[in-house]
Design a protein around this ligand. Structure first.
Ligand code: FMN
Length: 478
């Protein structure tokens, strides 16, 4: 049996890849299988420049019995270098090489937002018409369960077909054109004009002191000039517009983990200066891009990956993010999932996501205009979305893990979480906790509190009073 492994580590050969170590173990356990491994992220330049090599990989996939996608989770998705390969497959219409192949996804990570990445990979595999046989999310030191692999082999041998979960993608050729802006008067500036339902919006430029930074990727996807023209027209004066392709960004994250010590990136290019001086100082961020496969482009993913210099420390607290995507919202579960996750990771507020599904310039322009108005209002309030499990779960998990030095390379994270650690109680909270635990030592108190068992009216009143005070002392401050 021949199995192709498409590996996504960005580490070089000298570094220890968690993913490849796990794959190595499978190879040892199943010596009868012929595995061929491609280090896709490492070789991405060669794959792009050398078409023959790209098709050699695809031909081997076609001849194989099955494919394993194995990669790390990078900021809730896959590394940008690996995504670039997937985009190449779609751009060159190479579905036929993957069609009907049994496949599994094996991801190695600290299991933070791994589900977002796994959902995305499932969509990709199903878009390639592969037979998606399952996934294994492995913690850093967790080996791949042999039973998982035996199950996969059984699916391959028995030609077991798994049901698809994904609606097929329907790419659209629509390109947004900014409304005829020449007809609009420039002098008509006003403070957040009201938008009345069904009114004919005039796109009066907004007047606000808030700083807006627009970031786009114009090269990878559909032309975005119409959006840029329109934003230039309606955004307040304090707006700066950047394109990711024009910035000095040498490459995606290379997983050297030098940032773990003091949040310093080892890649010497313009990314961190741009991010810290422009992105982190904005009140409102407008992210603009095309839908590429089930997400934005690899160039956008490079932007998110390089943000990892700040590890798990939020960088965009209370900022409003407006996402504008040229693409179809019904096929963008991963985009919605991702930005829900991303807003909570950054403690920012994704205040609006606009797609151009309507394929109509007027309604798209209206939506952008209304969303920008809303972003300006929310920026004034410094509004941040209510936190869900993406935040609370991650925070609790990081607190717990960092406290026990599980991620020993993340020293900057450790210091940040130590300072903001909810479990580090102040004196009042410690007293409260000590009182509660001491009272629960008494069976009568436990029975009274948990089973409503009466223990004499005066005793009950005393317990209620002391517990009431203790719980107040112990209350966690958000
Ligand atoms: C840029 C970057 C982003 C990361 N983001 C995540 C993440 O969102 N969730 C997670 O669980 N682990 C994350 N990690 C940790 C990697 O998934 C983990 O180090 C992985 O096991 C590395 O695999 P490798 O050694 O094969 O490259 C990130 C690591 C890097 C370098």
């Amino acid at each position: 049996m021949n199995i192709i492994i498409l590996n996504g580590t960005t580490k070089n050969i000298k570094q220890h890849s968690m993913n490849l170590a796990k794959i190595e173990k499978i190879k040892q356990d199943f010596p009868e299988i012929n595995f061929i491994t491609y280090r896709i992220s490492n070789e991405i330049k060669k794959i792009i420049d050398n078409e023959q090599y790209f098709f050699e990989i695809l031909e081997n996939i076609k001849k194989s019995d099955a494919v394993i996608w194995s990669m790390p989770v990078y900021i809730g998705l896959i590394p940008s270098q690996f995504k670039r390969f997937i985009e190449l497959v779609f751009d060159k219409d190479c579905h036929k090489y993957f069609a009907n192949k049994p496949t599994v996804v094996i991801m190695s990570s600290i299991k933070l937002y791994d589900t977002v990445a796994l959902d995305y990979m499932r969509e990709i595999c199903e878009d390639l018409d592969m037979n998606y046989c399952g996934q294994f999310s492995a913690g850093m030191l967790e080996p791949i369960d042999k039973k998982f692999f035996l199950n996969f082999l059984s699916d391959i041998k028995n030609n077991f077909k798994h049901a698809k979960q994904t609606l097929p993608l329907k790419p659209s050729q629509y390109v947004f054109q900014a409304p005829d802006l020449k007809q609009l008067s420039d002098s008509d500036t006003t403070q957040l004009p009201a938008i009345k339902e069904n009114s004919n919006i005039k796109y009066t430029p907004f007047n606000s002191a808030k700083k807006i930074v627009v970031v786009s990727d114009k090269l990878n996807g559909k032309p975005l000039d119409g959006y840029i023209d329109f934003l230039k027209r309606i955004c307040p004066a304090n707006t700066e517009i950047y394109d990711l392709n024009e910035l000095d960004i040498k490459c995606g994250c290379i997983s050297c983990f030098e940032c773990g010590l003091e949040n310093r990136c080892s890649i010497k290019d313009g990314f961190v200066p741009f991010y810290t001086s422009k992105v982190m100082t904005a009140d409102i961020l407008i992210f603009l891009g095309s839908q590429k496969d089930r997400f934005l482009s690899w160039k956008w993913k490079e932007f998110f990956d390089r943000r990892f210099f700040s590890n798990h420390i939020p960088t965009l607290t209370d900022k409003q993010i407006l996402l504008i995507v040229s693409g179809s919202s019904v096929h963008s579960r991963s985009i919605f999932n991702y930005f829900e996750m991303y807003s909570q990771l950054e403690k920012a507020n994704v205040c609006g996501i606009v797609f151009d599904d309507a394929k109509d310039d007027k309604s798209t322009a209206d939506m952008i205009y209304a969303n920008l108005r809303r972003a300006l209002e929310l920026a004034e309030l410094k509004y941040s979305n209510n936190q869900t499990f993406f935040y609370e779960g991650a925070r609790a998990y990081l607190n717990e893990s960092l406290e026990h030095h599980i991620f020993s390379g993340l020293y900057a994270d450790y210091n940040y979480y130590k300072k903001h650690n909810f479990k580090q109680m102040n004196f009042k909270q410690k007293i409260g906790k000590a009182i509660i635990l001491s009272l629960y030592e008494f069976k009568a108190v436990r029975e009274y509190v948990f089973y409503d068992k009466p223990c004499g009216t005066i005793k009950m009143k005393v317990i209620d009073l002391i517990l009431g005070i203790a719980y107040r002392l112990r209350t966690r401050a958000y």
